[in-house]
Design a binder for this molecule. Structure first.
Ligand code: TXA
Ligand code: MG
Length: 345
């Protein structure tokens, strides 16, 4: 399959290219596009056959539902049985933005999108290219992250090109994703609503608008949930080829643990991802050091690209310095837990 490549400057959006890509979507074809969280792979959300192509291109299991992306709040009513008051309040506050709300789906949503569930996840992204594309297409767009299933979500145009060239009809590349990890997913069909996947928009910010919400269990405990809250959570998501190990403790303890570990097998290629210590403490012992940044937002922005690049350098084991977990960093900690398959020392 030939993938048409569109490179779009976010400061000067080329409407001709967007219209061409929107035309592909209207014809039932697949197009990858940037969003503020991660790049998405889109198809017409109202066309089951088009949506099937997404699953095929990604190698995604059919029982993992997709998020439907819209360009205006007015589109919600057609897609759901009811737009609950609390969901409307959250939409008014956080849309456009990195929040996905699960609601009871209407008949127009095909089973391919909802993976047989009676609910649908909806999000209005803030990225200007994404919104213009959806607006020009004139249809809601189902879109999971634009990675091959099992790989980290793509946050750069290059990552999308690496994963999906020849597998999709169009690829729009632009700047790197501003947030860098996937949207907050909140289930509005439960009372109180439940955060299924933590994201940049955190529990406190949501509670300020609608009162109490819960965090799904697997997120709070840091232990793998027995029964995943959201179908996507049971898959070894977000993981690179390299083995990822989270290293816990005070900054000095972290250094000691890592140096002890890498002494044991000198034949492996190690990388250390820094969030606590500075490069100097490892520099004569570890050849490959990556600075993820000193605050959770920066770590979020850098994480997925750093995992992919480590694979390209042939790294066998990545030690990631764990950082303090609070309501502002839990979404990044969650992605690291998944990437590591809950391997901690
Ligand atoms: O930031 C994002 O959300 C990105 C961009 C492209 O918008 N999309 C994304 O999609 O991360 P995906 O498919 O990689 O992750 C969607 C998550 C999965 O864990 C899926 O199981 C869950 O949302 N999900 C979708 N619909 C659901 C539903 N009806 N009920 C429960 N979970 C649902
Ligand atoms: Mg994904």
């Amino acid at each position: 399959m030939k993938s048409i490549l569109f490179r779009i400057d976010p400061d000067q959006i080329d409407l001709t290219s967007i219209k061409e890509a929107a035309g592909l979507l209207r014809e039932g074809k697949t197009v990858a596009f940037p969003t503020e969280t991660v790049y998405g792979l889109g198809a017409n959300a109202l066309d089951g056959r088009a949506v099937k192509e997404i699953f095929r291109a990604k190698g995604r299991p059919g029982d993992n539902p997709l998020i439907v992306h819209i360009s205006s709040i007015n589109q919600v009513d057609d897609l759901v049985q009811e737009f609950p008051e609390k969901a409307l309040a959250l939409a008014k506050k956080f849309w456009p933005g990195p929040l996905t709300m699960i609601m009871k789906k209407s008949e127009v949503i095909p089973d391919e999108v909802s993976a047989g569930l009676s609910t649908v996840g909806i999000r209005l992204p803030s990225n200007e290219i994404a919104r213009t594309l959806i607006h020009e297409a004139g249809i809601p767009i189902a879109a999971p992250s634009a990675n091959l299933s099992g790989k980290p979500s793509p946050t750069t145009g290059e990552a999308v090109i690496d994963d999906l060239t020849g597998r999709v009809n169009g690829i729009i590349t632009s700047d790197d994703s501003e947030i860098g990890v996937e949207s907050t997913v909140i289930d509005m069909t439960q009372e109180p609503p439940v955060i299924l996947r933590p994201g940049f928009i955190n529990q406190e910010a949501i509670e300020e608008i609608i009162g109490e919400v819960k965090l799904s269990e697997g997120i709070t405990t840091g232990i793998a949930p027995e029964r995943p809250a959201s179908p996507g959570m049971k898959y070894t998501h977000y993981s690179p080829e390299a083995k990822v190990i989270l290293v816990q403790g005070e900054p000095e303890e972290i250094v000691e643990k890592i140096l002890e570990e890498i002494d044991r097998d000198e034949d492996k290629n190690y990388s250390v991802f820094l969030t606590q210590n500075s490069r100097e403490v490892y520099s004569d012992k570890v050849a490959d050091i990556v600075e993820l940044g000193q605050d959770p937002q920066e770590t979020a922005r850098n994480l997925y690209a750093a995992l992919r690049e480590a694979d390209k350098r042939g790294i066998d084991i990545i030690y990631v310095e764990q950082f303090p977990i609070d309501s502002n960093s839990i979404y990044v900690a969650d992605r690291l837990l998944h990437a590591s398959g809950y391997t901690m020392i």
